[in-house]
Each structure stands twice: as structure tokens, then as C-alpha cells.
Design a protein around this ligand. Structure first.
Ligand code: URA
Length: 239
């Protein structure tokens, strides 16, 4: 038997403090009954419902952060037998990537078998922040940076405001390094943003997805997310 708020936090729904608030606000049911008393003890067989979502406490969800290398596809299987992000993770769980990175893009991608979290994070309304660093052809001018910040038209629709900064221009190779922080996840979004201003993306890396960056992860390496990191992801989809 464990305290209800601890179980809710451990299942990655939210922090323990927020779980306490939810309990006292009548947002938590145990076996269909509202429970408002902090410290109520629950068994692993009890059904816990928070804000109308049943927490699956019998299932052990798995959550990984992978630094995707180049030439790996962001799906579960590939019809051309190319290596997938799932092939890189040693598990028998049926995990899949949250969203996509292109075949030649590297960087942060989460894999999980928690369908609820995955769907919420992938939904545009979640507005998850993604940070990219792009090596592009030519000098990206201050005017073009402002254009990217304000939004450019892709498929007839303007991209949302973004944080964009020129980090470096290498005169010798005539290439620029540009950092972008965007909240949308449209198809090939970064490459197409640069296309509209006439620069080819030569290399693209996602340095950060939500709260998760690539610290200590070389391309091809991965790690499990901590309960705290999972709770933060849950808090982002609840805004
Ligand atoms: N934008 C792209 O163009 N490609 C990616 O892989 C991710 C974002």
C-alpha cells in the first residue's frame, strides 16, 4: 500500500505537490469514488483516475531519450529495411518515436509505449518547444533572420513566431550556423523555412525537445527518462 499522491507522481502524471492539489480539489477517484483525503493508501490493483484519465498502474511504460544519428529512420519499421530508431533501443516493449526527425537529421527524440503522452505531445496544441541548430549554405542576413523570426509562408500558411539567431558565419566555406527555437512540428519545417529564404540546409540537429537536451549522449546513444522528467512532460501537456 502506498500513499495516493506518491503513486500518482510515480506514474509520471505530475509532481507529488500537484498531485496533492488535485486530490484536495476532488479531481482524483479511486475505484470510481472521489477521494479528497491526502495520505489515502492505495493498492497496486486499485484503479486511479485523475482529471478523468485512468492511470494505467499495471503497465510499466518505458520512456527513452535517443540522440538519433544520421541515416536512421524515425519509425517503427521501414519498407526498405533501413535501420529505425526503435532498432537502436534494447527493449522488448513496443515503443515508438514521438514525432519524426528526417533520415539525415540528428538529435533528441523520445521513444515510449505510453500512447496517451505520445499523442498529446505530438498534438499541435501542446506547443512543445524544440531547439534546432542548422548549418546552411551562404550568409543568412540580419533581414532574413528577422523574416524567420516573424514567420514565413509554407504551404500557404505562415509559420508561428520563432526564436532565431545567427551563431556563426564561416567566410571560407560560405556557410552559416543558425539556432532556431520553434513550437510547431510541420513536415520538414526547418528545411522548408530556410528554403523560403533561399538557403539549403546542409546539416540539421535537434539539440533539445521540451525539457530534454543531449547532455552526455553521443549520436546513437540513449537513456531512460527519470520520473521527474516524465512528470515535466505531463505538466507540459496539461497547460
Ligand atoms: N525540420 C526539418 O526540416 N527536419 C527535421 O528533421 C526536423 C525539423
Amino acid at each position: 500500500m502506498e500513499r495516493l499522491q506518491k503513486v500518482i507522481a510515480n506514474l509520471g502524471y505530475t509532481s507529488r505537490r500537484k498531485a496533492e492539489e488535485l486530490i484536495t480539489n476532488g479531481k482524483v477517484k479511486v475505484n470510481g469514488e472521489v477521494v479528497t483525503e491526502l495520505g489515502t493508501k492505495v493498492k497496486s490493483t486499485d484503479t486511479i483516475e485523475v482529471e478523468n484519465t485512468i492511470l494505467d498502474n499495471n503497465k510499466n511504460y518505458e520512456y527513452y531519450l535517443l540522440n538519433k544519428p544520421r541515416e536512421v529512420i524515425s519509425s517503427v519499421a521501414d519498407e526498405h529495411n533501413r535501420k529505425t530508431v526503435v532498432d537502436l533501443i534494447d527493449t522488448s516493449a513496443r515503443i515508438y518515436p514521438i514525432g519524426r526527425l528526417d533520415y539525415d537529421t540528428t538529435g533528441a527524440i523520445i521513444l515510449t509505449n505510453d500512447g496517451y503522452l505520445a499523442n498529446k505531445l505530438m498534438h499541435p496544441s501542446s506547443n512543445i518547444e524544440k531547439k534546432y541548430i542548422a548549418k546552411v549554405s551562404g550568409l543568412v542576413t540580419g533581414y532574413e533572420i528577422k523574416e524567420l523570426r516573424a514567420g514565413v509562408i509554407i504551404d500557404g500558411k505562415k509559420t508561428a513566431k520563432a526564436k532565431v539567431d545567427l551563431k556563426k558565419y564561416d567566410k571560407k566555406t560560405d556557410k552559416s550556423l543558425v539556432e532556431l527555437i520553434i513550437h510547431e512540428g510541420r513536415n520538414h519545417q526547418v528545411k522548408r523555412m530556410f528554403e523560403t529564404i533561399g538557403h539549403d540546409v546542409i546539416k540539421l540537429k535537434r539539440e533539445k525537445y521540451a525539457n530534454l537536451d543531449l547532455t552526455n549522449l553521443k549520436p546513437g546513444e540513449y537513456r531512460k527518462l527519470s520520473n521527474k522528467e516524465i512528470a515535466i512532460l505531463y505538466s507540459l501537456i496539461k497547460k
